[in-house]
Design a binder for this molecule. Structure first.
Ligand SMILES: NC(=O)c1ccc[n+]([C@@H]2O[C@H](COP(=O)([O-])OP(=O)(O)OC[C@H]3O[C@@H](n4cnc5c(N)ncnc54)[C@H](OP(=O)(O)O)[C@@H]3O)[C@@H](O)[C@H]2O)c1
Length: 235
């Protein structure tokens, strides 16, 4: 494991770096002075060159055979798919449950301190909605792995430029943007949120030295991204 004693030279491992939140997360991790190394596990090389960046081309079905322990302090999981893209519930579950849990077990075994997971608003292991149930189950499974700190981010609809066309989300984004200022009080947390802000909140939280299981709803994520640290659920 890298320099745990010297928290000014941490290393981060990111999966999902080619995605919407993951792409922003990567840029912010490279800018964050406390990280001297940022390792990304990717299926295809990213067009990014940076002195801190190490790209490891990986088959996510073979995460256990990464070889030696990845030398990381903080693990960022921005992985995810959709049922439409993956084709079946089983294939969805593999990406949104199996891979994150395997990664968590491996990195915790190797000494990582913090695991930061993008889950979703509505995550609940008992939900009747498949997506929400898988998100709740992945949170539960990683909780049992006992990191020094486990941070769960539950954003609402993500806003940002995608290469991929997702008509449902685009309609949702237009509606949510139009309704933004009508969503006040307890409805504030349903406001759509910029993927960039979610990434920023993740990187900020990892520098706060929090311990235990910490859950951030969309409103808390927004406040952290805005620079106003906030109450959040600690378990
Ligand atoms: N969309 C929303 O409004 C919304 C709202 C709340 C929460 N979330 C959650 O937020 C997280 C991040 O969402 P996002 O929109 O940023 O994701 P995204 O843009 O779809 O990116 C997904 C990432 O996962 C990787 N991935 C997908 N399938 C894979 C596979 N079979 N093997 C290896 N890697 C795979 C992709 O890599 P490749 O480039 O190699 O495919 C990509 O890096 C997800 O967990 C999502 O469920 C989304």
């Amino acid at each position: 494991m890298s320099s745990k004693e010297n928290m000014e030279s941490k290393s981060a491992l990111l999966i999902g770096a080619s995605g919407l939140v993951g792409g922003h997360c990567l840029l912010q991790l490279l800018e964050e002075p406390s990280y001297t190394q940022v390792i990304v596990l990717v299926r295809r090389p990213l067009p990014v060159i940076h002195e801190k960046l190490v790209q490891q081309i990986s088959d996510f079905d073979e995460l256990e055979s990464l070889g030696k322990c990845p030398p990381v302090d903080d693990v960022y999981c921005c992985l995810g798919t959709t049922i439409k893209k993956s084709g079946t519930q089983e294939a969805f579950r593999k990406v949104d449950f199996d891979y994150p849990v395997k990664l968590a077990a491996l990195t915790q075994h190797c000494g990582a301190n913090q695991f930061l997971l993008i889950s979703s608003m509505g995550a609940n292991p008992h939900s009747r909605i498949f997506y929400n149930r898988v998100k709740g189950e992945v949170e539960e499974a990683i909780r049992k792995i006992s990191f020094k700190a486990f941070h769960i981010f539950r954003p609402s609809l993500l806003l940002g430029k995608r290469v991929e066309h997702r008509p449902g989300e685009q309609v949702g984004a237009v509606a949510m943007t139009a309704l933004k200022y009508a969503m006040i009080g307890p409805f504030r947390t349903y406001r759509a949120i910029l993927a960039k802000d979610v990434a920023q909140a993740m990187v900020r939280v990892a520098q706060m030295d929090r311990t235990g299981v910490n859950i951030y709803d969309s409103q808390s994520i927004q406040k952290i991204a805005d620079g106003a640290d906030t109450r959040h659920q600690v378990e």
